[in-house]
Design a protein around this ligand. Structure first.
Ligand code: NAP
Length: 356
């Protein structure tokens, strides 16, 4: 797509929330997309965006966006054919179906449709080829729109670190433990008295999500369906007093046993799916492997690659399984809005989303 072409108008559903605001920041100067419509709940509909939302970080949106009226999440009101969804999962399921039925292409961050067999669950560098499921979905459901999802924020960080290792050595078992930032719970999210100076060893629904999504993400596309990867996953998920960035300690076993040096080499040499190379949101390095003994750290590494790079470190031998390591990535950028925007870029590059 050349720079001279008109930008494609897009809408954000759930524009007032933590992920919705991240969409606003990432779309503000996007070379291919123009943020045309902002939608949220009935509580916000009709208000100016600046009144309906409490801006959480970064530069305030341009005055024209702050003054723009928020609309309800009604496909009859939204004109854009491409719709990013940052909706709460209590409503996302039905609303996203209604938009797809109305012919809109929905790029969703919510959990509701991720495991539907005909819905692509995509991290472009890892399994961009799974977007091909969309054609099957359209045929099967007889709709012109569609639903494309990105993964749970921790599953995204884990899958990016695991993809090169699974490709090279075939994973058998994944044991993982997360330390998840508070922004992962949205806004206002976790009450301050529950999290300041504390660790909460429970995030509702998070462990099953990680355990099922990793198999689909690292699975293979075969005859219009995804055959999930067969490795076993055991997870512990914790909320920690960090603003952004989910850190994941992982211990792994493989069918072909790698040395730590071979694992590091596979991680370092991985560039991900070639079709992503020219996409505007693709970072130079989807994975950055650190040799420093005390990295990754969310405070120091979370904004690497504009929040789209996952940093991996502490790759070493494990005395029980084979290899252990730590991965960390930005939950609202790589793990949410940035991932969705890159999925949409893949669809533009492959001609599924047509230029304006
Ligand atoms: P959030 O801050 O709570 O925002 C939720 C958004 O949903 C708000 O814009 C809200 O609008 C809207 N909403 C709530 N009820 C609605 C209704 N009945 N009808 C229409 N809109 C409604 O949550 P978030 O953290 O941004 O998360 C958004 C989605 O992304 C969730 O499904 C979440 O699981 C997923 N996700 C989040 C992260 C993360 O790191 N935060 C990462 C990956 C995926 P009002 O302001 O008008 O209420």
């Amino acid at each position: 797509m050349t720079a001279k072409r008109k930008k494609i108008p897009v809408a954000v559903l759930g524009a007032t929330g933590a992920v919705g605001q991240t969409f606003m920041r990432l779309l503000a100067n996007h070379p291919w997309f123009e943020l045309a419509e902002l939608a949220a709940s009935e509580r916000s509909a009709g208000k100016k965006y600046g009144e309906a939302s409490r801006w959480l970080e970064g530069e305030f949106p341009e005055a024209n966006l702050l003054d723009q009226r928020v609309i309800a999440c009604d496909p009859g009101l939204v004109r854009s054919a491409v719709v990013f969804s940052a909706l709460d999962s209590s409503v996302a399921g039905d609303v996203e179906v209604a938009f797809a039925k109305a012919g809109k292409l929905v790029l969703s961050n919510a959990k509701n449709h991720r495991m539907d067999p005909d819905v692509p669950l995509v991290i472009p560098e890892v399994n961009g080829d799974h977007l091909a499921l969309l054609a099957n979905q359209r045929k099967k459901r007889n709709w012109k729109g569609g639903i494309i999802t990105n993964a749970n924020c921790s599953a995204t960080v884990a899958a990016m670190a695991l993809a090169p290792l699974h490709e090279a050595f075939e994973l058998k078992q994944v044991f993982l433990m997360t330390m998840q930032a508070v922004s992962g719970a949205g806004y206002p999210g976790v009450p301050s008295l529950d999290i300041i100076g504390n660790v909460v060893p429970y995030i509702a629904g998070e462990e099953p999500k990680l355990e099922r999504e990793l198999g689909k993400l690292l699975g293979t596309l075969s005859d219009d369906e995804i055959v999930p990867a067969s490795f076993a996953v055991s997870s512990h998920t914790n909320r920690v007093p960090v603003e952004h960035g989910h850190t994941i300690c992982m211990t792994l076993s493989f069918k072909k046993k790698p040395t730590p040096e071979a694992a590091m080499k596979a991680l370092r040499e991985w560039t991900g799916c070639n079709a992503t190379l020219d996409l505007p949101s693709r970072p130079k390095n989807p994975l950055l492997v650190s040799d420093l003994p005390d990295r990754p750290q969310p405070k120091r590494d979370v904004n690497c690659g504009g929040g789209m790079t996952v940093t991996v470190g502490r790759v070493r031998k494990d005395p029980i399984l084979d290899i252990r390591l730590v991965a960390m990535g930005h939950n609202t950028i790589r793990g949410a809005a940035g991932g969705s925007v890159m999925n949409a870029e893949m669809l533009v590059a492959s001609g599924v989303i047509e230029p304006a």
